[in-house]
Write a protein that binds this ligand. Sequence first.
Ligand SMILES: *Cc1c(COP(=O)(O)O)cnc(C)c1O
Length: 473
Amino acid sequence: MPPKNLSQLPSVDRLLAQPDLVDAIARHGRQPLTDCARAELAAARELVRAGHGLPTADALAAAIVERADRLARPNLRPVFNLTGTVLHTNLGRALLAPEAVAAMAIAAGAPCALEYDLADGSRGDRDALVEPLLAELMAAAMGQSPQTPAKEFAATIVNNNAAAVLLALDTLAKGKEAVVSRGELVEIGGAFRVPDIMRRAGARLVEIGTTNRTHAKDYAEAITAKTALLMKVHTSNYAVVGFTKTVDEAEIAAIAHERGVPFMVDLGSGTLADFARWKLPKEPTPQDSLAAGADLVTFSGDKLLGGPQAGIIVGRKDLIAKIKKNPLKRALRVGKVTLAALEATLRLYRDPDRLAERLPTLRLLIRHEHDIAAQAERLCPAVADFAGENSLVSIEPAMSQIGSGALPVERLASAALVVRYPGKRPGKQLAALEARLRGLPQPVIGRIADDALRLDLRCLDPADEARFVAQLQ
Ligand SMILES: *Cc1c(COP(=O)(O)O)cnc(C)c1O
């Protein structure tokens, strides 16, 4: 026999007629609210059977609305990235410029000339949406007229840089040998390993040199009749220091060209702008590599370029033509939304004077530590309140990272709010605080290290400050 008061639980229909639920139905629809009401009633029945009291109709209604609101919340939600890593792969890397965001929305919501040549009404090529822009940007940096390289250079876009490397190797080096220095057999986070990609592409990796030193003669001696290409991988997430020797791109290119094999550079990150302009550490650009004689360069769209996730392959037109004919290209190509964002991002590079205002990633990278420290002063009281009475919150210098493998050793001076719980075992309190911050409507992601929770404010855009404070209260 069920306990008598089970039958006193309200029916689904009665619950759905409550004013709060009527409002929630208007927001989410009748079916989701019916499902939530059933789920909450089932949970209440379990509790009553286990000896708990009968919930009130109001409590049930509140639980149902809470459940419906929670289920309606998008899984992919914005967060505050206070980790100190600007291009954080787990937090989505680059923030797109408003121009790119607007272009994505337009492309998403209307038919667009993705593969349609509007000039003559024939079938077009989606790469042609960005190829002339890339050619122009490459040409300008190399001090040539925009027309010349447009004839010699070509570009193709795939889903990410890992795909770009895979596709290029699969096209040019399948069943053949690819020569890479031992010091460049990189593993990028998320299981991108140069030797594994080689194997997947059916290329035989020929390792040359040693971990710390590779010489020009190592490249020259490795070339055989089976050599498909020489490859250089930007050692993006680590640095070899001490007794080292690498061969610069111009020298490798000269060796490759003397023997009639192409030279490919996997740049990883790649900005098209000269970072010296903003006093940022020097980051190699695809223009540098092409100017040095690279035949193909691959780089990511969503690292320092500040655009959408994409892999960009630029270089010699005949090689790009082969790559585009590979059936894998069809499997790795990008959609219209990505191309819209990439085109809009590339357009911003035509005007380097305004790039820092318009490209959010660059804007965050060049924020001055004094501004960040002043922001920390403003936010300290709200964070201290949120952290609780027994917390100790201080403003400390911090060193932000660029992230995503760009400039691994360089750090950017920044400021952080640092929360400590004086006492013997602060770990539990720190973990609880971190969880509360993660549970906010716009979750705040910091970093626990050395018995403290660190919130590096570099990536808290001053325009978002009021929203940040409001949700702490
Ligand atoms: C980041 C990186 C990759 C992978 O690029 P994704 O766009 O993340 O796929 C490959 N090579 C190097 C050198 C990198 O730095």
